[in-house]
Design a binder for this molecule. Structure first.
Ligand code: NAD
Length: 433
């Protein structure tokens, strides 16, 4: 199938590449000329495990190409995906400017029937808005499909190639059939393609992300109570995760969730509710708990030093909002780095992939080390914010020998507190003893 993917960001690039890998002819479009030029020359704008090799193979075999020319891509494609950003507007609701711009561009370039698919995460009702926007500008027939994306950064290719389910929201049997044909190779293991109406498909995406964010904030709240009463959240997690009704995923206490999806989607859902005269009390609490959680590691550091952080120097391990990505959007590391610097401390940070991206978000008010051990040299303490596996492999003796004082603030509970104390560390975790 010939497909245009309009918006070659995290989602567009992964989706386009994976469709190409399954034999489709894909044109990925982006407004950003540098990005497209780079991609044509093998420069991948994001870090995502396995993506570089997959792009190279599919380009070489002629199934994947990149362009800034939307009109040309739409002319050559039966299915046109909209995969542009839907960032939060000033009031927290999703900004649909980019989505509707693309809808207009598709409408103006169509020369026959097209399936127009919204891959971007959009508020309930947006697909009807896209339909009306396109209909105003073309007489050619088309169908609209809502096809929300559930991939996780860091495991994006696996998630897309082997999805738990595919959601297709459409009122058209014809478009639904085309989408089912396109996704058939991805669900050979028997995972379902769920066909539903567009409103329910749009809501499914927000409900999924809000549920996952709820689990995280719930565990973070339990962790604080564990700390207060002397329980250990790691034990409690095992105790409840083994309950089949609960399960293990998304039960880790930590320094708060970030990224381009949970924070913005939770806020956008609240705005949708507000526009319909409803309040979402649980979701509002999820957001408030997370905002407090992002400050928690800073507060632990502040408490340890009795509020006197001036002149202290900290090593910060992990900057990306989670491991295996360089995405810094809404990362908890930004909050803690800014707080420390504001209070007169200095910071040397290291992230295996996100140093450059972090510089764009935090700037030069902190310095960036070339590796994890260098970041530790002469620091008063180590603060860990992102649980990259390579941090788990460092010998505690190596850490101790480089720090001025053996103090660790572990924002992801990657170390065992008893072990670290045996190694002579003053150890602070989240919700642990
Ligand atoms: P992104 O910001 O990485 O990429 C968006 C791209 O669209 C940019 O490269 C931008 O230049 C391009 N663009 C904007 N207007 C354009 C236009 N008119 N024509 C062509 N290109 C244009 O965004 P993303 O992280 O890929 O997210 C895209 C959507 O997918 C969002 O709605 C997001 O919520 C959703 N989503 C993201 C993830 C994720 O993990 N990142 C997961 C699921 C869903």
């Amino acid at each position: 199938m010939r497909i245009a993917i309009i918006g070659t960001g995290y989602v567009g690039l992964v989706v386009g590449t994976c469709f190409a890998e399954n034999g489709n002819r894909i044109t990925c479009v982006d407004l950003d000329e540098d990005k497209i030029k780079g991609l044509k020359n093998g420069v991948i704008p994001i870090y995502e495990p396995g993506l570089k090799e997959l792009i190279a193979r599919n380009m070489e075999e002629g199934r994947l190409s990149f362009t800034t020319d939307t009109a040309e891509a739409v002319k050559n494609s039966k299915v046109c995906f909209i995969a542009v950003g839907t960032p939060p507007g000033d009031d927290g609701s999703a900004d649909l400017t980019y989505v509707l711009n693309v809808a207009r561009e598709i409408a103006k370039s169509m020369d026959g029937y097209r399936v127009i698919v919204t891959k971007s995460t959009v508020p309930v009702g947006t697909n009807h808005l896209v339909r009306d926007t396109v209909a105003e500008l073309t007489d050619h027939p088309f169908d609209i499909v809502s096809n929300p994306e559930f991939l996780k950064e860091g495991a994006a290719i696996d998630d897309f190639m082997k999805p738990d389910r595919v959601v297709i929201g459409s009122d058209s049997e014809k478009a639904s059939a085309i989408m089912q044909e396109l996704y058939a190779p991805f669900v050979r293991t028997g995972k379902p393609i769920l066909c539903m109406d567009p409103l329910s498909a749009e809501m499914t995406k927000y409900a999924a992300n809000s549920m996952l964010a709820t689990r995280i904030s719930f565990m973070n709240e339990i962790a604080s109570l564990c700390e207060a009463v002397g329980a250990d959240v790691n034990e409690v997690r095992k105790g409840i995760g083994t309950d089949a009704r609960i399960g293990f995923p998304f039960l880790f206490a930590g320094a708060g969730y970030g990224g381009s999806c949970f924070p913005k989607d939770v806020r956008a859902l609240m705005m949708t509710a507000k526009q319909h005269g409803l309040s979402m009390d649980i979701i509002e609490a999820v957001e408030n708990v997370n905002a407090a959680q992002k400050r928690l590691m800073f507060e632990k550091v502040e408490k340890h030093y009795d509020g006197d952080l001036a002149g202290k120097h900290f090593a910060l391990w992990g900057l990306a909002f989670k491991p295996k990505t360089d995405d810094m959007r809404e990362a908890p590391s930004i909050v803690i780095a800014n707080e420390l610097v504001e209070r007169g401390a200095t910071v040397t940070a290291f992230d295996p992939e996100a140093n450059a991206e972090a510089r764009r978000h935090i700037g030069d008010k902190i310095s960036y080390a070339k590796d994890a051990l260098t970041a530790l040299e002469g620091a008063d303490a180590l603060i860990l914010i992102t649980e990259w596996n390579e941090f788990r492999h460092v010998d505690p003796a190596e850490i101790k020998s480089r720090l001025k004082e053996p103090i660790i603030f572990d924002g992801r509970n990657i170390w065992n507190s008893a072990n670290m104390r045996e190694h002579g560390f003053v150890y602070y975790g989240i919700g642990t003893r």
